[in-house]
Every structure is written in structure tokens, then in C-alpha cells.
Design a protein around this ligand. Sequence first.
Ligand code: CP
Length: 524
Amino acid sequence: MKNFRGRTLALIRDFSVSEQLFLYEKAKELKQKWLNKEDLDEFQIKDPVNIYIVFVEPSTRTKESFINAARFHKNAHVNIFDAEHSSFNKNESYVDTFNMLTSYGDYSIFIVRTRLEGVPRLLERKVGEFAHRHGIDKPAFINGGDGRHEHPTQELLDEFTFLEQNNFDNSYIKIALIGDLLHGRTVHSKVDGLKIFKNVEVDLIAPEEIQMPEHYVEKMKSNGFEVRKYFSIDEYLSSSNIARTWYFTRLQLERMGEDILEKEHVLRKAVTFRKDMIDKVKEGTKFYHPLPRPKINPEIPTFLDELSLNGWETQARNGFWIRVVLLSMLGGAITMECDEPEKTPMEEDEYEFIIPAQIVHGTKGVAKEGKRGIKPIENGTVIDHIAKGKSTEEVFNTVVKIRRILKLYDCDSADGIFKSADGSYKGYISLPDRYLTKKEIKKLAAIAPNTTVNIIKDASVKEKYRIKLPPKIYNFDEIRCKNENCITHPKNGENVGASFVRIGDKLVCEYCETPHEYSEIWVI
Ligand code: CP
């Protein structure tokens, strides 16, 4: 049996598809029993638990439904953290704050909403270590929304509501996502949350300025979704294949820059429903919205409240039952029969990106007279094929970058750019009597992947390696996530090192999931 105690829900995909479907099944049971006023004891958490509600950003639905869901559990001690009057205002870090709260009970579940992105993942790691040091049970963290990043419990209640609309048939969904797809975290969570359906079609409806970020669109496609883009509701309604499930999101003015805010009126018009559109929507259509909707110029105007299109009220009410069940699971009251192997952390070969290459004797170390190329050295390292195929300026800049980051400026050495046999340019750095540590080679691989490292001894190449982009890059002072809203960004003063994982040819921040080119992570 799978017990969910100590599990963190920072992203919707922190729960597998079968775990999400299990949760929906349980929420369906709870909702029916609740509405029929039947006994609900099976959902009650039996062991004592501290449930902390920590909201650093405003909220009505998420916060209040969690407070009520937590109070459903009679053995839970429910704490509503007063963030405004806490030591956050004396510059205390998130980690220090949550370490303290963790120590006030044997087992805690935290529901956390923050403006900064990646906070729940950070807390899972660092506060988990604190709990381990002090023999306290590993706490569970629930992301109640972290900046523009994710809102996994909203995703749970949204998917549950779509299933309800579909009579719990998860074979197919066609959904229109409408509104601020750039800043709206609830639509970002759909990229993985919709995977509970076997076939998915997504229509994205938003002006270019607030369209879905391209990396999310790519991810939807790689998840097998069919994706189409439209720039206004009018354009969508004049197309041939319109969805019956419409999901609106509000314009997130508080997260917009001045350039987008200036166009608010035009953007809002493109994603606001009007009376004259009603005849064009399909029979059986439901409108959803995570809410709140603005009281002035709402995307779904109030004249719709009385119509059968109104699905958002049922959706919002479902939040309570979903959150009761989620707490039941994290509190250990509901366990799941295991139909899939427990995931074990992957054994990562930290240096799998260093690939031995064939040594062609006589081409390095001992240069032939009259030929351009690497200056002969007796012993040391030659870094070769730097930025091969790029412009001479890029090759030069990469050579300079390597020297600065690896601090290769105080040693006897040479560097240059030369033309390969195929006509492309590449750079080299020759380091007499200097060998790179594994950590330096890893840095080099993350600055200039596909570079070659030659180890030269007694005037001949003894070892040669081709280095690729490493699977994980962390623990270097010179790297930074470019997202200023990320918990790791130095501007936020949390003193958390940046950390990236390689996904395809991109490096993705482990906390806020912002994708980077490898050249973007270096601050030098
Ligand atoms: N849907 C949602 O997150 O609403 P609140 O901001 O009111 O919690």
C-alpha cells in the first residue's frame, strides 16, 4: 500500500497520473457521501497532525477552502500563519521560518502560497533536511500557488470538475484556454494536469502579448496534445472546431510589466465574452474560471451567472472536497493500492557527460612544422574544438568566458582561433603543466559543450575526452536563474544556489522551471 505522508505537491506532476485519478475517485466518493449526509469517518486523519496555512499572497478560495478542509479533520491542529506580522518582515528567510514551524509538532502539513516561484520545492528539500536532523517526521508541503509558476491544487479541482462534466470518462477532452496564458499559473499546471485524459486537444486563445510561453506549448505537444492558437474569442468563434469546455483566466495585472499594462483595454477585449457571442457556442458548453474574476469588466460577465454555461460555481465548490481528500492522503488516512512501482531516485552518474574519444597520435602535442594548430606542449591540457562552427566573435567570446570562469588567467598558457579542415572556426586553449579537476571539466562542459579535452604527457596525447552538456548543473557560484521571481535569484536574498537539469538541449531551473540556453546561466 502506498502511504502519502511526507509527500510534497509542488507541481501537479509530483503526483503520477494514477495517483491523481485515485484522488479524483476518492473525491467523488467523499462528495457523494457529503451531499447524502453519510458517515465520513474513513476520510478522517487518525494521527495528530499540525496543518499550517501560510499565505504570503492574497487568496480567498484556496486559503479558506484549505482552512475548512483542515478543520474537517478532527485530529488536526490548524494554524493560520500571520505572514504580515511575522519575522518575514525582519528579513527572515523562508527556510528558517519553516524550520521553526516544523519543530512545533511531530508531523506537519504546510499549505504555502508565495509571490516567489519554486518555494515549495526548496522547502521540501531544506526543511526536510532540518526535520531529519532533529528526528521529526518529514513534513509535507502543498503549493497553494507560487508566482506565475504552478497552482497544483487548483489543477486537481479543475480536472476533477472536467471529469464530472464528462461523467468520469477520461478518454478525451477538448478544451479552450482563454485569457492571460502568460502569467496564469492555473493554465501552466494544465500542461501536465490534462495528461489524465488519454486524448487531449487544447485551443489557446489570447493575444500574442499574453499567449502561452513557448516552452509550455512545446511540452504540451511532447505530451501528445493537439495544440492550436487563436488571438481572440471572435477569431475562435469563427473557426470550425470549437470546444465545449472553456477555461477562462483573469488578466494578472499585478504580474504585468508596464509595456503589457499599457495595452490592458485591448487585451481584455480580446478575451472577454459578450452577449452577442452566445448563439455561437455549442450546445452543452460549460465555462470555467479559477476565480477571482474582476468586478469591473470581468472576462465572464455576470449576465452569464444564471445560464447553464455557468460551470465555475460548481468548480469552485469542488475545491473543498478535493482539498479534504488531499489532506486525508497526506495525513495517512487514505492509502492507495500500488499499481505501479515506487519511484526510486535515479542513480545519476554525475560524470556521464565526459566521453572518452579516440586518440589520433601525432596530431596534438607534437605539431608538424609549417602547419597551423595547437602549439606543442610537453605536459598539460589542451582544450580544443571550442564553439566549433560558430562565428569567430562567438568563438573568441567563449574562449574568454572559459578563461574567466575557470580562472585560467594566471598560468602560462596560449589560446587562439583556427580554421578546421571543414572550413569552420574553433577555439583552443593550451595549458602547459596544468590539469583540470573533474569539477573544472564539469564547468567547462556547461560553458562550452562539445569541447574536447586532451591530456598530454611526455609530448603525446595520453587521454582525450569529448564533453557534453551535463545532466545537472549546481553548486557553482557563477550560475544564476534568469527569472527574477525565482527563489534562487540573488535579488530575493534567500541565499539559495541555482540548480539546473538538462531537458532536451535546454537547462531548466530545478525550482521555477524556467528554461535556459546553456550560455544564459553564467553571470560572468
Ligand atoms: N483560484 C484561486 O486560487 O483563488 P484565490 O486566489 O482566491 O485563492
